[in-house]
Design a protein around this ligand. Structure first.
Ligand SMILES: [Zn+2]
Ligand SMILES: [Zn+2]
Length: 157
């Protein structure tokens, strides 16, 4: 399934279930695991979790698309487009969108690598999540001495 097919899929559901066209962009997000989909109020674009599709299949993703389209159409119509709004709840029920996304088994926040052990002889690098004493370990490649470096963390959300 490519973004292009997702786009057509969203356009189809929009016409069939909402009677209105979807004229913005839909794409898969390969890293999104905390939720099944997202609607962006600024760009009006929709993102669908690729993991959700892989693990739960087309039927579930169709319900997620409907959920995101509820945000989309209500927002464009300047009606209550947020989860707590009556408009949103009513429309979601009418089109059969998912209320909550299934949580993914892989959604558990994976701990990032914060440290790097570097061999002072052969420069082999070892990534580590926790701080440790480099003097207690030796390079797995050449048995050389290791030094510990802290990594700059790049947070993705
Ligand atoms: Zn939502
Ligand atoms: Zn080494």
């Amino acid at each position: 399934m490519e973004d292009q097919q997702l786009q057509q899929w969203v356009e189809r559901i929009s016409l069939a279930s909402f009677g209105r066209p979807f004229v913005h962009k839909a794409r898969f997000n390969r890293r999104l695991t905390s939720t099944g989909g997202r609607y962006f109020t600024k760009s009006h674009d929709i993102e669908i979790s690729w993991q959700q599709y892989v693990q739960f299949g087309a039927d579930d993703v169709e319900k997620i698309i409907k959920h995101e389209l509820c945000h989309y159409h209500l927002h464009l119509a300047k009606r209550g487009y947020q989860h707590r709004d009556a408009d949103f709840k009513a429309l979601l029920q009418r089109v059969g969108g998912t209320r909550f996304c299934k949580s993914l088994p892989t959604a558990k926040r994976r701990e990032p690598y914060r440290y790097k052990l570097v061999c002072t002889s052969c420069n082999t690098e070892y990534l580590r999540k926790r701080k440790l004493d480099p003097r207690k370990y030796a390079c797995g490649n050449c048995r050389g001495k290791l030094k510990l470096l802290k990594l700059d963390l790049q947070q993705h959300s």
